[in-house]
Design a protein around this ligand. Sequence first.
Ligand code: NAD
Ligand code: MLT
Length: 312
Amino acid sequence: MTMKKVLITETINEEGINLLKEKFHVDLINGITKEELKEIIGEYDALIVRSNPKIDEDVIKNAKKLKIIGRAGNGIDNISLDAATKRGIVVANTPDSNSMSACELAIGLILNQSRNIAQADAHLKGGGWNRDRFMGTELYGKTIGIIGLGRIGSLLARRMAAFGMNVIAYDPYISDERFERFGARKKEHLRELLEEADFITVHTPKTTETIGMIGEDEISLMKDGVRIVNAARGGIIDEKALYRGLEEGKVASAGLDVHQVEPCENNPLVCLPNVVVTPHIGATTIEAQQNVGRSVADQVIKGLAGEIVPNA
Ligand code: NAD
Ligand code: MLT
């Protein structure tokens, strides 16, 4: 009997790869393009992806044997669920596996903005010693507005409360009890959060509703000197509007792990001195990648055995 074939398009943790290799033929083609994937996807029974390439209808129509797509992570905005469902392909993600890491990175981006750590580091390494240039602001006593109080937003709420911040949140899809449980004051309307918060951080999925949910109008409602974090998905905050807000001084600073186009190409935000950027590394920790690797391998093993796939 020929072995089933699994294709992995971005490195996952070795333990996960080894679990798969016990049962299947596994190919790892890091950085494969969509065009290349379209050419070879027909040979594979399972596909494991992280953020790239996009798995759209074009790819899926060539996936003649594919039974399961494992998303080694949470967001599934890079996979066409409709196209996969039409062909009976299971799509499974690993939503809990990297929440803590993503939350901790968001905290890093918040702290960086309050204390200019990355900028001061570059300054000192460049031979400078100008302490006045890096006047910071305490988190203590400030208000943080969390948009989306799901897995990551709720972890963040508890942790920012421990810094002595007032935590407010906007999430129209959850119960009042959840706001209470995580110590966040509920805002019925996004506008109220935008008007009150000193720091704003987004933690929603990328959907037709959330794309551009923070644009020019929303930024104009914010406090002068607001600080903004996006470690959710590029495009939830409109990058042109954010650039304008930063240039005009309305927005004091931003911390961005995710970007409208990834990898970033000629993104002017990246060059602003009051913006700290990271290349979508929210889940890039040993722990998250161990969790993700194990979970996605388990899902593919179950999916190809015709068993129930957790989280599918
Ligand atoms: P989740 O599904 O647990 O929570 C999302 C929350 O957003 C839910 O409570 C939902 O009700 C709320 N929401 C949906 N639409 C909303 C809207 N229009 N307004 C306000 N709230 C809304 O998701 P999560 O696991 O917390 O992930 C949050 C985001 O972080 C996702 O976009 C995910 O892809 C991203 N993520 C990024 C990284 C990274 O590496 N940077 C890692 C993990 C997850
Ligand atoms: C996710 O959705 O899980 C993240 O974006 C992390 C990743 O893709 O590595």
